[in-house]
Design a protein around this ligand. Structure first.
Ligand code: SDX
Length: 352
């Protein structure tokens, strides 16, 4: 086979490296899970129904949904040795504890149920790592009601319902960096815990999932439109990145960001910080043609839901793991070891 003479673009920008049936961005710029437009099903389906859709590539009936919800609760129990690891790391960054704990989990199977039994443990690890309330006192309702309680200690159906929307937005996004890292690991036939650990380690980077925590650091401190302008101008002048802006795929609008923005304007339009965020989105677009991504409005949204900033990236991970389950299965269903070439440009003919 003729070797590729020209080098793929840096960061594999714009390169199709494999096929997938899980998600895509369609011609209207909308994110699609298994053929369903996400912003449409997010208004009508539960987190569990959409997670089931991603993993089993069809929507569940009511009985299957109830069974799936029960399965996630029953499999959220942590083994004693993992509880010990988490206790030993108490007070450290929750993503570091999540990554370390998941790397210690073992599961023999490679089927959906085995992978889901690991995914089900993510919120429980986050709860314990964040010194959250007693999980046994959590409501036995939906995934988002339990998760909201795990992070806030509040049994609040309205806010849990709003949390569910961002969980759906975060759930899957084709070959983003952490999912691609998972696929490379899965292509070696490594077990699911290894693959999830690769993905968690990759997600933490501020150019990827880690942006949502960074957004709040500046957004809450900007009290007027002038301060927003000054912050944006200074950041760009220093050639630094504006966290929460720009995207490899969405060059003019991130449909997830717009969906969350719609909820912010519906439920929190009276807040100064929301108005400043909308102004910032418009100003950055005007100055640099960069669109706000899911992390920009997502961070503010979680803040206004009363969720502590230490949980923002873990929220992203506890949702995205269902996309990772689907990608692990898809990779292994038609596997070929992922091993590209590097064009050597180093020294030659060296002699000692
Ligand atoms: C997520 O891929 C996914 O699907 C990810 C994600 C998912 O669901 O998994 O959607 C989740 O990760 C969202 C992105 C969160 N990250 C951030 O918000 C961090 C800030 N954003 C950037 O670092 C950047 O926009 C990336 C990394 C997200 C995308 O960058 P690209 O596609 O590699 O583009 P680039 O870095 O080559 O930028 C092109 C130009 C450059 O200018 P020039 O050097 O050509 O003059 O745009 C500029 C960049 O400097 N630019 C920015 C910028 N993003 C791009 N300038 C300032 N601030 C930014 N945020």
């Amino acid at each position: 086979m003729k070797l590729m003479e020209e080098l793929a673009p840096k960061g594999l920008q714009g390169v199709y490296v494999d096929k997938t049936e899980i998600a895509t961005t369609d011609s209207t710029g909308n994110l699609v899970y298994r053929g369903y437009r996400v912003v449409e099903i997010a208004d009508r389906l539960s987190f569990e129904e959409i997670a089931y859709l991603l993993v089993y590539s069809r929507l569940p009936n009511r009985e299957e949904t109830d069974e799936f919800r029960k399965f996630l609760i029953e499999n959220s129990k942590l083994p004693g040795y993992v509880v010990k690891i988490i206790s030993a790391m108490k007070g450290m960054n929750i993503m570091d504890i999540l990554r370390t704990s998941v790397s210690a989990l073992t599961v023999s199977g490679r089927d959906e149920k085995s992978l889901l039994s690991l995914a089900a443990k993510f919120p429980a690890i986050v709860n314990l790592a964040g010194d959250g309330p007693d999980p046994d006192k959590a409501p036995t309702g939906s995934f988002s009601e339990r998760f909201y309680y795990f992070m806030t200690g509040r049994d609040d159906q309205k806010n849990a319902g709003l949390l569910e929307k961002i969980l759906i937005m975060y759930m899957e996004h084709e070959f983003n960096a952490s999912t691609f890292a998972l696929r490379v690991t899965a292509s070696t036939l490594a077990d699911p815990a290894c693959a999830f650990t690769s993905a968690l380690a990759t997600l933490k980077g501020p150019l990827h999932g880690g942006a949502n925590s960074e957004v709040l650091k500046f957004l809450l401190g900007l009290k007027s439109q002038d301060e927003v302008r000054r912050y944006v101008d200074d950041t760009l002048a220093k050639k630094e990145k504006l966290m929460g802006f720009g995207h490899r795929v969405y060059k003019d609008r991130d449909p997830r960001a717009q969906y969350i923005k719609g909820l912010l304007l519906r439920y929190f339009s009276d807040r100064e910080v929301v108005r400043n965020a909308v102004f910032m989105e418009e100003y950055v677009w005007e100055k640099k043609n960069l669109a706000a991504n899911v992390d920009f409005y997502g961070a503010l949204y979680m803040y206004l839901l009363g969720i502590d900033e230490k949980y923002y990236l873990p929220v992203f991970a506890c949702s995205r793991v269902f996309g990772w389950v689907a990608h692990y299965i898809e990779q292994q269903s038609n596997n070929k070891l992922i091993r590209p070439l590097a064009l050597y440009t180093g020294k030659k003919d060296q002699k000692i």
